[in-house]
Every structure is written in C-alpha cells, then in structure tokens.
Design a protein around this ligand. Sequence first.
Ligand code: AMP
Ligand code: ZN
Length: 488
Amino acid sequence: MALQIYNVLHREKEPFVPLHEGRVNMYVCGPTVYDHAHVGHAKTYVAFDVVVRYLRYSGYDVLYVQNLTDVGHILDSGEDRILKKARQTQSLPMQIAETYARSYFADMDALGVVRPDISPRASGHIPEQIEMIETLLAKGHAYISDDGNVYFDVRSWPEYGKLSNRRVEEQEAGSRESVREDKRNPEDFALWKLAEPEHILRWDSPWGVGYPGWHIECSAMSRKYLGDTFDIHGGGVDNIFPHNECEVAQSEAANEATFARYWMLVGSLTVPDEFGVPVKMSKSLGNFYTIKDALKLHRPEVLRLFILSGHYRNPIVFSEDALDAARKGWDRIYGAVRLVRTKLQSAPEGDAGGAFRDVVDKAKQQFIAAMDDDFNAPGGLAALYDLTREVNTLLNSSETVGRGVVEAIDQTYRELGGTVLGIVPEEEAAMASTSAEREAGLIQLLLDLRADARAQKDFARADQIRQQLTGLGVTLEDRPDGTIWRVD
Ligand code: AMP
Ligand code: ZN
C-alpha cells in the first residue's frame, strides 16, 4: 500500500501524490518566539520531524520550511506577544525574538528534531507580505479602512471556512482579532495595521508606517520558498481557526491557485486540570512544562517515544504514568539494541540462524505498512516491540546466530528506530542521561564498593566511604535487607 495521508481539507485519508514526482514541498507553522517552548510544542514538532524523516526514508526529496513568528502575533487584548514581553523585560523586541529562537533551536536539537531546511522569520519578509497585500487589494479581496488599516474582506471569498468547516456567522465570536470599529465586518482580519506611537516594531508600507497581521506571514513565506501550490501544510490543530483558515483564503485569493494540497494537523498535548479534565498545555493557561525542564527528568528518546505512542492526530495526556510507560518501552527496545550490538562483537562469521531474517523482514513490512497508513507511529512502535520480543528470545537462547543475521537486526533497529523515529541512538548511549540518574548510579556504585569492603572486613575503607558520602550530604542507613541512601 502506498502512503496515505489524512487530509484535513477533505476529512479523509487520501493516497499521497506529490505535485512533482519524488519531491515533497512542505510548510509547517513555527513557534511565536516570545518564551521557551513547552512539551506541547514538542508534540507538534516531533510529529512533523517523523513525517519528514519517513518521507525521506521512503525516497522523497523533501524541502521543509518552518517559519519563526517574530512579529504580528496579536493577543485578544490587541497586544503583540513579542512587544509585550519586550516591555515586561525592558528589552528590544528583536532581542526577545533572538533569545527565544535560539532557545527553540537548542530544544529541538536536544530532542533530535532535524532542523527545517529553511526557517524564515516574519520580520525578514516584510516586502513579500506587502506585495501580497497589494495583490489582494488590487483583486478586491482587501480594503483600507477609514482608520488606514488594511483588512481581508472575508465576504469577498465564499470558500472561507472550507478548512475548519466554520461558517462565517459562527466566526465572529472565535476571532482572535479584537473587534475593531473600523472593520466592515467583524470576521474580517487584519493584513496591515498602522502603528501607534508606542509600537516599536514598525515598517514603511504603501499604507503608512505599521506592521503586518499574523496570518499573512505564512502565506507570503510559503509562497516565496515553495510556490503558489505545494504539497503539505502542517501545524497544531489549535491553529486551524482562524490562522490556517486565513492563510488558505489569502493565498488562494491572491495567487488564484490551490494553496496546500494536503493539510496535516496535530492533536494537542494536554494536562489534566484540578478536576482531571484534560486541558491543552499552553503558555497562557500556565499549565506548561518547558522542554528544558522535561529534559532534566527524561531522556530525549523517552520524550519522543511518549509523543509517538499516540497517533499524531490524537490528543495525548502528559502525565508521569505515561512517561513511565514510555521509559519502560524505551528500555525494552534499547535493551535489545544493546544486546544485538554486544553480540555483534563475538558473532561467528556466516549465516547461522538465517531463518530469523524472515522475522526481521516481517517487522520491517509491518512498520512500513503502519507508517504508510497516515504516519501511524504507534503502529510502527508495535512492530519494533514485536521484533524486540523475538530478538530477545533468539539471542538469549543457545542457538548460534551468525554475524550476517545479527547485522541485519542491528541495521533494522538503526533504520526504523534510529533514522525514522529517532529513538535509537547511533552510538552506545549512556543509560543515565539526566544528572539525577547519573548521581543515583554513582552513589549505588559507592554503596556496592562499601559492601565489598565490609565483606572483606576492611572496615576502615567502608567507614571512609560512608564519611565522605556524609560530607557530600548523602546519608546512609544500614538495614537488614541492605543499605539505603538519602540526600538531606
Ligand atoms: P505557538 O508558539 O503558540 O504559535 O505554537 C506553535 C505551534 O505549536 C503551533 O503549530 C501550535 O499549534 C503548536 N502547539 C502549541 N501548543 C500545543 C500543544 N499543547 N499541543 C500540541 N501542539 C501545540
Ligand atoms: Zn502559520
């Protein structure tokens, strides 16, 4: 079965046929860089990372563009997110954007997310946005208000609503824009706003000094790098309205061409509220964990596995239990990978145990069938778990397994678990990736050495270890069933 993608535009799975054979042009809405990214962002960007990795693994030449919103993301209050943060911290807006763009890339690198080929910034593409607004004005899909702001005229575009399935009448309440007196209709959205004196993010334009609305940047930048029509547009489902809906309307009205052919939207990562009801993790609700904090407690492969254990379109609940389960799952897979790599060092030449190649091939087929079915990563993981069970049985048995077979297993883990899912490290990974895990491992090592010293009646050495640990704030308690430790 060839690759099928659930296309939000048509609300069904469709065979994926790119515009140009062998080539995929893809755009994903990037973050607004006004704060550190949280685990909800990780869900969306890890999901698309696996999409890109799998497309490349399948032989496509992918051009992946993901923007950075550093201007124009207006809050309900009418304030620009970046400007607000700049005011709060007494910094320049571009300092804020730069600080958090760097932080975002550092987090993505730490999570093993392959960088987009192009990361265009809204502030660096003002002329392109102005040009598109001029086209919309010339074609009668935009107007200049009495106050001098430029708005998209939603009623001039009957297809408005086709992505989110919202009707114009329903949209008034949902609009993120503050309702402005100078709009013709409340559902119209800003393309260009004139800057008030205190608004320091400002550019010259044919309509006066001002700044672009949020939605126009994605239309202008995707067009610049991917053309009027491109293959895949992605983002989090929370942005389907108004952001993505406005993108489609502006682009198709300006370019008179289909915008993105496949829309893929990622379900939100949620956290239970005080009543246990899952609520979307978001900065504004204050219910977020930054990626940096999450990485202090969990290794990146475990966070990725947690995210990939649900289908990308579904929501997922962030909880300790779910992360524990991901950690156990990862230990299982990586335990087998280590066993395979150890065996590789001593496996005899030849193809003994060659029948196992069928098991490996079956796992690979199962993996590909799952991923071809709308990037079903949980199905792909199931194939790896099945393979792992069989590998453990084989390698822990007394059967002789030749190098060729062990290599085939190793290669399969590297391709499916490493190249595609990014959960199997290429080189031997330290089992403890966080400092807490490392500390616990080191203390346990000292306890083992102390136990050995006592067994050999070397009480001076045993006491020395205890005293030095005490000096470091680690208290030991000898119990009948062993020694425990705690940090005071
Ligand atoms: P923002 O920085 O809020 O503009 O978000 C950047 C991207 O992350 C958008 O595509 C959002 O849809 C996505 N996103 C934000 N919060 C979450 C969440 N809790 N779960 C999944 N994706 C999210
Ligand atoms: Zn966008």
